[in-house]
Design a protein around this ligand. Structure first.
Ligand code: NAD
Ligand code: UDP
Ligand code: UDP
Length: 338
């Protein structure tokens, strides 16, 4: 195992400024781009709790200061309003690169900005990693598999993606981000990690971000019908956010590059999801069918055997156990709206 903040043969070859082998830094300086967002803010909680110094870089497009407000008085925490499309100079040991809108509604809102974020933003963070010898982790996505022809999806599957469709700013953007990550590794000796994240839910998701779990939960709590797109038979696999954050940290600290699928293999149709939300929140909740969006993947389920065997990671929290934790957070925020 490469010691935290230690050295690998690759970064030594690139001349990066690192401590000698075996020397551990007491505390790491970690950047989390997109750290004011849903996943990022939970990651920040975990990193600060274990004693790291954390810099959040976020432009607040979909993130909220509220998500990290509880850390503002912590001297080990810093919040920078910055758009990753622009270069930035920082002195750090690790970069968790999450900055990018994740909900289809958000990433389609300004597709040019989304692809710039994925390409130029990732390039800048890799340039930063190269300059300071930091380890870089990319949060890629199951969307790199597109509308998959292989089920469940293994990391070896190259995907089935429409390069000119309305989702391509995101899925092709993330594919390019993966390419850049591997090229900086092979060409510039940057230590990299790639996580392919499957649908994740939990507290702090935007109430109206358009993703299915947040939509159904907010709708059921507001006594509105749950909007099922298409026939509701398409499938997704839903992962609770703490399982994902554990996986991201384990991956960063491992000596494996990836890519690794990080997701919960429990697969549900949207109608089955609506049923679970109904049982959790309101037995009287109803469903309303709406037309589906273009290029919507028909099914999605991770094969996580690679992460299980190499990282010793697997999700612990089922949908039935995770959903109530999200519901109490949503309930509180919906009450505050009134
Ligand atoms: P989110 O929208 O809650 O968080 C994204 C964060 O990035 C926000 O705080 C936003 O303000 C920030 N951001 C966006 N563009 C930026 C820019 N140009 N410069 C600086 N900051 C910027 O989404 P999330 O669910 O927390 O997703 C985090 C990461 O995980 C994303 O990269 C996403 O692609 C990936 N991911 C998430 C899921 C999921 O189900 N949540 C699934 C697959 C991949
Ligand atoms: N970059 C950055 N911070 C740094 C180092 C680089 O934002 O500390 C940006 C830099 O502005 C460039 C990108 O990262 O746009 C890629 O940097 P690299 O050094 O790899 O490429 P070059 O600058 O030689 O094109
Ligand atoms: N969906 C739905 N109702 C909604 C929002 C989404 O039925 O209110 C469906 C959507 O068509 C897709 C699935 O739920 O098939 C997951 O959508 P989401 O936007 O959460 O994430 P995706 O996996 O598509 O990125």
């Amino acid at each position: 195992k490469i010691p935290r903040g230690g050295v690998s043969s690759v970064s030594a070859a690139s001349g990066a400024r690192r401590l000698p082998v075996g020397v551990r830094k007491p505390s790491l300086r970690v950047v989390v781009t997109g750290g004011a967002g849903f996943v990022g803010s939970h990651l920040v909680d975990k990193l600060l709790a274990r004693g790291d110094s954390v810099i959040v870089v976020d432009n607040f497009f979909t993130g909220r200061k509220d998500n990290v407000a509880h850390h503002l008085s912590n001297p080990r925490f810093e919040l920078i309003r910055h758009d990753v499309v622009e270069p930035i100079l920082l002195e750090i040991d690790q970069i968790y690169h999450l900055a990018c809108p994740a909900s289809p509604v958000h990433y389609k809102f300004n597709p040019i900005k989304t692809i710039k974020t994925n390409v130029m933003g990732t390039l800048n963070m890799l340039g930063l990693a190269k300059r300071v010898g930091a380890r870089f982790l990319l949060t890629s996505t199951s969307e790199v598999y597109g509308d998959p022809l292989e089920h469940p999806q293994k990391e070896s599957y190259w995907g089935h993606v429409n390069p000119i469709g309305v989702r391509s700013c995101y899925d092709e953007g993330k594919r390019t981000a993966e390419t850049l990550t591997m090229d900086y590794h092979r060409g510039a000796g940057v230590e990299v990690r790639i996580a392919r994240i499957f649908n994740t839910y939990g507290p702090r998701m935007c109430l109206d971000d358009g993703r299915v779990v947040s939509n159904f939960v907010a709708q059921a709590l507001r006594k509105q019908p749950m909007t099922v797109y298409g026939d509701g038979k398409q499938t997704r696999s839903f992962q609770y956010v703490s399982d994902l954050v554990d996986g991201l940290v384990i991956l960063m600290e491992s000596n494996h590059i990836g890519p690794f699928n990080l997701g919960n293999p429990g697969e549900f149709t949207m109608l089955e999801l609506a049923q679970v939300v109904k049982e959790t929140i309101d037995p009287g909740a109803s469903v309303e069918f709406k037309p589906n969006t273009a290029d919507d993947p028909h099914m999605r389920k991770p094969d996580i055997s690679k992460a299980k065997s190499l990282l010793n990671w697997e999700p612990k929290i089922s949908l039935k156990h995770g959903l109530p934790r999200m519901v109490s957070d949503f309930q509180k925020r919906i009450m505050e709206e009134k």
